[in-house]
Design a protein around this ligand. Structure first.
Ligand SMILES: Cc1ncc(COP(=O)(O)O)c(C=O)c1O
Length: 418
């Protein structure tokens, strides 16, 4: 029960964001309603050009959702039955779902425990043929036609290493940047690279809870190659070019003009919102440290963990910024801690009126719909992901969150752990 003197602290407060820019949003929405132009048209073109400039890319194409962005990218690569696509098992379902929907085989490889992102080292070993464990699943390296690194929680997977693998093995990269718009990584040559920019495709989601969220579904694909960009442009319109003439079977996946207008307004605020999230993350880090709750990373991260973590630390493991140094940035789509007895703690927080969420409680390779892939017998393939699914807990984070509320979150965790 929420004590009467304590208001609830939501996981995310979209109302506060709306209130702060209501007049801008309402004017934009009214403009579309009065224009009568609801599909494609000027609002979509103008948003696509604004976001392309923001991201620093040539081709940025709106579509109906982040899920469709992934699907369209894989369709443009002509992924299909007999092909395999490597991705993370610790992500939202859409990442694996897009692969399976095209009749290809998702190959789930383990994550790096420090940042929850797909670990490139295991992938390299597999592609070199020195990890034969996937043979038990009937997957061979030469079947791999794409890799989907996921930039989870707002922090990039190690794109420098993924790009090296992509080049070495001639395998395209489809970045799942759904949670990471504006996130950056500094490469060893000093270049600072944005999420979804260097891969062959970048896939973004404008689901309302994202850092840049629409008033409904929406997505975006960035594409490096002009021919592939044109292919996506055609595929999102049922594969028709010119209209009513189809050389390809595409899908109906467009960004609504209304959403494009809303997103165009919000884009102007995105960087300040992401900076505010970074400040909130730093405040949490300080408050957890002051409360003496910070636990070292479990030692089993260095080894092969059995999926049932040997770590029995008492406190919380704070989110690690693995690629945020030297001008890189974590945009804190989520502020995700690790903790033992996570479900009990989550329930305690909910009872205290504090929003929290588990992203994600069950890895993709353990989902019923993927049982035919055969991972049940080879759990040791993704032990760090299995472990993360038991320990990860996301806490309230949004630009308008105040320090007093963050203090209450930390104090409540302290009392639940005591
Ligand atoms: C990592 C990841 N991939 C893909 C998606 C799919 O995006 P959408 O919900 O816009 O379809 C999401 C959205 O939640 C996501 O978090």
């Amino acid at each position: 029960m929420t004590p009467h003197n304590n208001k609830a602290i939501p996981l995310l407060d979209l109302q506060a964001q709306y209130d702060s820019i209501a007049s801008e949003l309402e004017a934009a929405a009214l403009g579309i309603m009065r224009s009568g132009q609801f599909i494609m048209g000027e609002a979509v073109a103008s948003f696509e050009s604004d976001i392309a400039a923001y991201l620093g890319v040539e081709h940025a194409l709106g579509c109906a959702s982040g899920s469709d962005a992934l699907l369209l990218a894989l369709m443009a690569l002509e992924i299909g039955p007999g092909d395999a696509v490597i991705t993370s098992p610790f992500t939202f379902f859409a990442t694996g779902g897009a692969i399976a929907r095209l009749g290809a085989t998702p190959v789930f490889m383990d994550i790096r425990p420090a940042d929850f992102n797909l670990d490139p080292t295991g992938i390299r070993r597999f592609l070199e043929g020195s990890d034969t464990r996937y043979q038990a699943l009937g997957v061979r390296p030469e079947q791999v036609k794409a890799i989907i690194p996921v930039h989870l929680y707002g922090q990039m997977a190690d794109m420098e290493e993924f790009l090296a693998i992509s080049k070495e093995f001639s395998i395209p990269l489809v970045e799942d940047a759904a949670q990471a718009i504006g996130a950056k990584q500094a490469f060893s040559d000093g270049r600072v690279v944005g999420a979804g920019i260097e891969g062959d495709f970048g896939c973004f989601s404008f689901f309302p809870s994202k850092n840049l969220g629409a008033f409904g579904d929406g997505g975006l694909i960035t594409v490096r190659d002009p021919e592939l960009a044109e292919k996506v442009r055609v595929l999102r319109l049922h594969g028709s070019k010119p209209k009513y003439y189809h050389q390809m079977v595409g899908i109906n996946s467009r960004l609504d003009a209304l959403q494009a207008a809303i997103l165009g307004v919000k884009l102007k605020h995105l960087d300040s919102w992401s900076s505010a999230r970074q400040e909130k993350a730093a405040v949490y880090n300080r408050l957890f440290a002051e409360a003496g709750l910070v636990s070292e990373a479990p030692s089993c991260w260095e080894q092969t963990c059995g999926g049932d973590c040997a770590w029995h630390g008492k406190g919380v493991v704070l989110p690690a910024e693995t690629v945020a140094a030297n001008g890189g940035s974590h945009i804190y789509h989520q502020y995700t801690i690790r903790i033992q007895n996570r479900d009990t703690l989550a329930q305690g927080l909910s009872e205290a009126g504090i929003g929290n969420s588990v992203y994600y409680p069950l890895c993709l390779h353990q989902q019923e719909c993927f049982s035919s892939l055969g991972y049940a017998g080879v759990e040791e393939l993704c032990p760090h992901a299995v472990c993360a699914a038991k320990q990860a807990l996301s806490l309230p984070i949004y630009p308008e969150l105040c320090e007093a509320d963050q203090r209450r979150v930390v104090e409540t965790i302290a009392s639940l752990l005591a």
